[in-house]
Design a protein around this ligand. Sequence first.
Ligand SMILES: C[S@@+](CC[C@H](N)C(=O)[O-])C[C@H]1O[C@@H](n2cnc3c(N)ncnc32)[C@H](O)[C@@H]1O
Length: 338
Amino acid sequence: MATCSSLTLHHRCWSRLDLPWRPPRLMLNFNSVSATTTVATSSLAGKAPFERCSSGRIGIRMCSRKSKWIIKRCSTNPFVVVDDEKYGNKQVVSVTPSLYEYILGNVREPEILRQLREETASLHGSQMQVSPDQAQLLAMLVQILMAERCIEVGVYTGYSSLAVALVLPESGRLVACERDAKALEVAKKYYERAGVLHKVDVKYGLAADVLKSLILNGEACSYDFAFVDAEKRKNQEYFELLLQLVKVGGLIVIDNVLWHGKVCDPMVNDVKTVSIRNFNKRLLEDKRVSISMVGDALGGHLGAGGVGGYLALGGYDLQIKLIFAKGIFFIISSCSYN
Ligand SMILES: C[S@@+](CC[C@H](N)C(=O)[O-])C[C@H]1O[C@@H](n2cnc3c(N)ncnc32)[C@H](O)[C@@H]1O
């Protein structure tokens, strides 16, 4: 694969969108929705009794009267409100189990993905699989980007990679990195069943090694999209390697950046949590990238009939606001490699 100059790549990729400015590389941190939902749910258990709030709704005040966190009960659905004056007293709603069911009920999950999800459910590690709404979001992002060359780091049985491969054009290619041979067998079976095996370049081995070999192979700045969902402690390494592989205007998505909500809990200091916390902090300070995090608490999802959010274009920097997306952390790069 020939190494292309950034300018060529930039024009090739973005002229299709007819943008008058130089687009930066994009990066997206993608937090597990189901994980944060679990946190919100469990926080309801065994807490103080309900009381009537000023709004007239039935609710619970947690911890103390001074607490900024109020759990209210509206109809039958409890939801969490962040009541913070610093942010204009915005009410931030958490995804409850019933709301999450509703969201899932609005996902157009292809039959082949449903079959894969059901087969995976009985396997060890099934909780690692992205949820249908996450997969739908990934696929839509690939479509928005008109991506042709993609990378997935952490395939497992292939749910997210299959979602991506299904929307890639016939000429598209997805490099799928996974170190678990057994899980890969399931993934390959479903790529074949779905008729997308020819689009997927399965790489069995350690993801960092695979990414390094792609760079050595002259494939820097030639990928449109990457999804990272593997060893959390290696996120920084994956990020640095992907920053070289993904071209200007491309998008990198990182899963699990809130890590079941543990990142904001100073009492949690296990190795994984600390490394995700450090990774997020480094990205925040990384001048090569612009970032935008959309928290799970915003709820909602990307509408199937359109973007469900919008692209706001402003000068040199591309800003993406997928305002109905959840658990998402966009990092938009000004790219120093090109
Ligand atoms: C969270 S799962 C991926 C789930 C997948 N995205 C899906 O939707 O089904 C993480 C996967 O990353 C793989 N993994 C972890 N560390 C890895 C590494 N260093 N190299 C390659 N794969 C790795 C694990 O074997 C596991 O299958």
